[in-house]
Design a protein around this ligand. Sequence first.
Ligand code: CP
Ligand code: NVA
Length: 320
Amino acid sequence: MVTHEFEKFESPFKGRSLLSWISWTPEEILQMLDYSFLVKAQAKNGEIHQRFLGKTIALIFEKRSMRTRCSFETAFGEEGGHPVFLSSSDIHLESKESTEDSARVMGRMFNAIEFRGFSQKTCEKLAKFSGVPVINGLTDEYHPTQVLGDIMTLKENFGTLNGLKLSFVGDGRNNVARSLMIICSKLGIDFNIITPKELFPSEEIVHICKPFAEKSGAKIHISEEISLVKDSNSIYTDVWASMGEENIKETRIKMLSSYQVNDKLMKMTENEKCIFMHCLPAIKGEEVTYDVIEGPQSRVWDQAENRKHTIKAIMLALIK
Ligand code: CP
Ligand code: NVA
């Protein structure tokens, strides 16, 4: 028998799934952040590692993606692993075959599964029935890999997360806003959602985050008032209609046009060092003006790059 000495990445999280950050402690999230900085430093040093040699990951995409797919695919491949892209038109998931059955078979063929799609329930079922780590690459409810990259970007900019205030201005009910609320309340980052009343986040997510914020000391505010952006370290926005909501786009434009992130709103922070963030893709002229996203306060390209480092770190930490 031929055996090989495979390069190992030690982590206490091997075998675990990342469906959202809800079940992760602040210390565990910070550990993931440390791994991300390590992986980024290794990439900048030009180091080549083969830590996924002989491993496979299924990348399931019901919705479109550029950053997330490319991060998973390139990060896994450059570490010697074999990623397999499966769009919903390629596989039977929830059409001809139940998710439970697809999950059980994929668990026999892959070391891990990434899922981007509509229902968080599908993601949960994949984790329950596959027996391998499942990583949520975005659902209607959560986008956990995105917000780890965002926290990394904040830490790179400010050197610390302590005392920071992040204001999300836009659709307060969406996956990115909800995930930011979770990670900020866990990590003690003050967090505002500024949005019209109709788009206030659900009671359910507020209820979930309340004890996290009480424990960390994060102040969470949800308001229609744009003046709340004062003293923010970062203004964050996202598209006004998420994937799957294309049919209500016109209504959203009407609801949110006064919440556009423009020069006037950035000045209302009264903080020249305030940075602008966006998960991308962005629709310039809708949720953000061309001047702001292309201006000196914008950090959106760093955020996009950090998707890859954080996703590599997450995969290294979870995959056995
Ligand atoms: N931010 C993000 O998830 O981008 P993609 O939709 O391109 O993956
Ligand atoms: N809220 C957006 C995020 C895209 C990365 C969407 O779900 O379409």
